[in-house]
Ligand binder design. Structure first.
Ligand code: FA5
Ligand code: MG
Length: 475
């Protein structure tokens, strides 16, 4: 298990939006050990990131009700109607969901057979159907609104884990979140009696807006095994989106399965897990070199990441492991063992289809959508735009509450998908102990040229909101 994480990362960490009450459940106390960087901390979302102890929001499922008036404008996911007012509650201090996030709910890109994410999902389904005929049940429209119990407690995420913070997770209220991983559904599906299942869905995490331009070696800490290395010779890799599609796989074994194998249950499950996922990687990438890296997740032990060697570098594909006994026992599976994995569809799709920018997945532009068709995995995307970015710098004195995630939320709230990157380019503390940050914002549309006027308008609005919402002093 990795050491406790610290909160040096936490200038970019738990401090709640200025609009949140000071009673927000997370403290900003610094822990002792050094943090590699906020970006590295993000990558480790479920790998040993801890806060100094802070009480979790009360756990417990909450019925989700939509008023009749709002129902008309609501989106529907898995039979649940979700209206804006159910998710975005500007006056509720325990809510931090912006409209930009609400607008993604219900789009379900992974359920579109002609969309790269749908094509990839179906290819992964094919693999499980062929390898385990009739065994895996698939769930691809479970409601993304889950209780804190489902998202955290049920999968043993410690009470002081940083992923529970308002800075990292979208809270609808103190007991309801937009799931930040598909593992949120493990327990309920186990309780319903499922033994082999795949869950695919949109997951949401508050995050920075990143760009890893080659060559920027210090940014290896951003996504060390994925973006920089894989894309360095080919792309500028932009805008890690706040919502993305994850797939969860789960398989339970009973003693009958491993008795006679000469292995104990855990070793048997770990061996089967590795074999299954190596098979999946081969199914997607063809003959490919792979390696296993030990890691930590609260819900599995042992835990691993699978990396594949792709275009000259190692690429992290997924996290997985043997499920903690406590999860199985508390959900009706005493004496069983299980494995689970979680992978991000965008990461794989970007590589398989040569898609350079994660924002493109959400594009309705025909020049993007028309390039993909059902069943055609790996058709290479032909870029149709080369619009230049426009950069705007902004300097301000930060305060104790300032976090980069909160800044990014403001920028994204105004510029939406027109913001490509928000990057700290200067940082100093004066003799009085005041710290100044200078951020460079890159605006770029994937689909058209932006006018000077609209960029200036956006930047003006960003400055105003940064002042009023984050209460920083512009320089
Ligand atoms: C998890 O979310 C765990 N729930 C995965 C898991 C499930 C482990 C079951 C063990 C058992 P993590 O935060 O590392 O872990 O995300 C898992 C995968 O989601 C990553 O390997 C990656 O493929 C994808 N992913 C994570 N963060 C991002 C991101 N910022 N952008 C794109 N894909 C991401
Ligand atoms: Mg990971």
């Amino acid at each position: 298990m990795r050491p406790l994480i610290r909160t040096a990362c936490l200038r970019a960490r738990v401090r709640a939006m200025a609009t949140l009450p000071t009673t927000a459940a997370f403290s900003s106390t610094r822990a002792p050990s050094p943090c590699p960087s906020p970006s590295r901390a993000r990558r480790l979302l479920f790998a040993a990131r801890f806060l100094p102890s802070a009480p979790p929001p009360p756990a417990g499922a909450r019925a989700f009700r939509t008023s009749a008036a709002a129902a008309e404008a609501a989106v529907e996911v898995g039979g649940v109607k979700i209206a804006r007012e159910d998710v975005v509650k500007e006056d509720d201090p325990t809510n931090n969901v912006p409209d930009t996030i609400y607008s993604k709910i219900g789009l379900q890109l992974h359920r579109r057979d002609n969309h790269p994410l749908g094509i990839l999902k179906n290819t992964i389904y094919d693999y499980f159907d062929k390898s385990f005929p009739g065994q895996f049940v698939k769930f691809d429209d479970l409601c993304p609104l889950v209780s804190t119990k489902q998202n955290f407690d049920d999968v043993l995420v410690p009470a002081d884990h940083v992923s529970r913070s308002y800075n990292d997770t979208y809270y609808v209220d103190s007991q309801t979140v937009l799931r930040c991983h598909t593992s949120a559904h493990q327990a309920e599906l186990l309780r319903e009696g499922h033994r082999h299942f795949l869950v695919i869905g949109d997951v949401y995490r508050r995050d920075s807006i990143d760009s890893t331009h080659y060559p920027v070696f210090h940014q290896v800490t951003v996504f060390p095994r994925l973006y920089l290395n894989v894309f360095k010779t080919r792309y500028v890799m932009n805008s890690i989106d706040l919502s993305r599609i994850q797939m969860e796989g789960f398989r339970v074994f009973s003693p009958d399965d491993w008795s006679g194998s000469g292995m104990d249950g855990t070793a048997y499950a770990a061996t089967d897990l590795k074999k299954t996922l190596e098979g999946l990687a081969t199914h997607l990438f063809g003959a490919v070199e792979m390696r296993w890296v030990d890691t930590y997740f609260p819900f599995t032990n042992p835990s691993f990441e699978l990396e594949i060697y792709f275009q000259g570098d190692w690429l992290e594909v997924l996290g997985c492991g043997v499920t903690e006994q406590e999860i199985l026992k508390s959900n009706g599976r005493t004496d069983h063992v299980a494995w689970a994995f979680g992978l991000g569809l965008e990461r794989l799709a970007m590589v398989l289809f040569d898609i350079p920018d994660i924002r493109l997945f959400w594009s309705n532009d025909q020049r993007f959508t028309s390039q993909f068709s059902k069943g055609k995995l790996g058709v290479k995307f032909k870029p149709f735009s080369k619009f230049p970015p426009c950069y705007k710098d902004m300097s301000f004195w930060i305060n104790d509450e300032f976090t980069e995630n909160n800044l990014c939320e403001v920028v994204r709230g105004i510029a939406g998908d027109l913001v490509e990157e928000v990057k700290l380019i200067d940082n100093f503390t004066n003799k009085k102990g005041m710290t100044s940050h200078c951020y460079r914002i890159a605006y770029r549309s994937m689909e058209r040229s932006l006018t000077d006027e609209e960029i200036n308008d956006m930047q003006w609005n960003v400055r105003e909101e940064v002042k009023s919402k984050l209460r920083v002093e512009l320089r």
